[in-house]
Design a protein around this ligand. Sequence first.
Ligand code: ZN
Length: 349
Amino acid sequence: MKTFLTLLLFVCLLTSTTYAQSQQALRELNIVYFVPADMEPFPKYEERLNRVLKEMQKFYNRELQRNHANADLRFTPHPNDQERINLLCVRGKLPASGYPYEGGGAIILPELEAYYAAHPQNKKSEHTLVIMPSTSGNPLNPGGVPFYGYGKFCFALDYPDFDYRHCGEKTDMGRLFTKWYGGMAHELGHGLGLPHNHATRSDEKSFGTALMGAGNHSLGQSPTFLTAASCAILESSEPCRRLIPRAFVPVNDIDISIQKENGSVQLSGKLPPDCSVRKVIAAYDKDEWESVNNNYDAEAFIVPVAKDGTFNFRFPMDEIHPGKTALAQVQVRLIHDNGVEELIRHTLP
Ligand code: ZN
């Protein structure tokens, strides 16, 4: 007989919608080039970043298509040239030293909110990729600026040789390119709502490294892909989703059973009929929950849900890599139409 556990749900922060939802059905990612007050953009930044971003978009859209996701990553075209991406150049109030890696994101955010308040027509969704010119002063070792996902914002950087022509080169410049191009694509994943995950054994053989695993080190150098679970989450992400979301109805409480059974782990439960959950994702994690960069090692799966909301999922243990720790933890993400997720964590005995 199964014992059902009522597990606590962690509801991610709901964001306020500051623009009229009805004006535009398909939203787009905002892309900002944020320049400190004492700096100038690096030469040819628009031309270079246009290519870099379009190639990154191609990667995302190729993977979404391969996984049959009802989604595509959308950027805003330049008003005067449909071939170009509308890169918004925003001047910071502070000098470069005012936006350090540590804590810089939180300083930039209010400045961007003020920018959007003054230019509401430039805010195409709640999600923004912020690219800053490197402040390290060393073109061969860029850095010094925020570089991480931060809620619906994510931060990446530009440096003078950040140019797609170096992609795949087996040279120092090629490796440097992958570091910052792969890094940008990975952080953008976070900015679109993706958690870390790891390739299953089969996917690793077929497709290489998962972008939301260690793909930030491989994209452009060796095969890199988006997992089916990542693509399923992007179906609800505002700049990617194609369906207009239903009104948000949280699950709040759910009876779910997660237990070891015959050498595997069985996950069973039932979603309430009126909730707005679009996808259920289950990850098998072997590391501490609370570490900052957890879940890199967690294989993630889409849990099939029946029409009546029931689900019974058995983790395919032959797809799961051995863990570095003896911990075995299951993380269930209930992904709503509007991108909000409810999170259930359960440590296996
Ligand atoms: Zn990450």
